[in-house]
Ligand binder design. Structure first.
Ligand code: SAH
Length: 219
């Protein structure tokens, strides 16, 4: 088999289907989410040298010391975000490769996504254009502050871990809205779902996770 054929094989429908089956086995139930993972070409969100590993259920490096999240985690967070009810405007903090954004965008009205590293954001923008996804607004900013100019949001998804729940983000959720985020230091992070109430918020611990830290400032 020529290298070209191997390349096609690794990103084939069968390889993707194997990933979907694995996500089902791991407990992902939402058919809309599984469909989005099946339809989103993850091999276009990593460097060509890693494309053959794109449908493994593992995080991969994307440069600048950052990683594209494991498909299971992307599916789990998307499912947790959608579960309480339909979402229109969603804020994502930590665009990274843009993969999570691309999985989520067709399931909501609009995604506002913010990334602090310009080179990563520029690459992600080119991917959204190439895939003709038109309901994503990208911002080069410190997402820990949220995007007050577009608030309130129905949902917020954070793909880097702060040490505690950022109140600036809770305040940009509309009452009834929800936020899914990893919280804590590297070895003891938990995925948390925050439900905004009229006079505060409620927290629900989902499972243990390992994300890169949420950092301040832009570069
Ligand atoms: N969802 C991404 C995961 C990327 S890793 C994907 O699927 O590829 C987390 C990303 O969060 C990194 O790109 C990192 O630069 C970014 N990040 C960390 N702190 C941030 C902040 N305060 N504001 C915006 N982005 C941040």
């Amino acid at each position: 088999m020529s290298p070209q054929h191997i390349g096609i094989g690794m990103t084939s429908a069968r390889t993707r289907e194997r990933l979907i089956q694995r996500l089902r086995d791991e407990g992902i139930r939402d058919a809309r989410v599984l469909e989005r993972i099946r339809e989103t070409p993850r091999h276009l969100f990593v460097d060509e040298a890693l494309a053959s590993r794109a449908y493994e259920d593992t995080a991969l490096p994307i440069g600048n010391n950052q990683t594209i999240s494991q498909p299971y985690i992307v599916a789990r967070m998307t499912e947790a975000l959608l579960e309480p009810g339909p979402l229109e405007n969603v804020l994502e903090v930590g665009t990274g490769s843009g993969y999570q954004t691309a999985v989520l965008a067709p399931l909501v009205r609009r995604v506002y996504t913010t990334e602090r590293i310009k080179t990563l954001l520029d690459q992600a923008r080119r991917r959204f254009q190439a895939l003709n996804i038109r309901n994503i607004v990208t911002k080069h900013s410190d997402g820990g502050m949220g995007l007050p100019e577009y608030a309130p949001f129905d949902g917020i998804i954070v793909t880097a871990a702060p040490e505690g729940i950022p109140l600036a983000l809770v305040e940009q959720l509309r009452p009834g809205g929800c936020m899914v985020l990893p919280v804590g230091q590297r070895d003891q992070q938990v995925l948390v779902r925050v439900l905004r109430t009229d006079d505060g918020y409620e927290r629900e611990m989902l499972e243990r996770v390992a994300f890169v830290p949420l950092l301040g400032g832009v570069c």
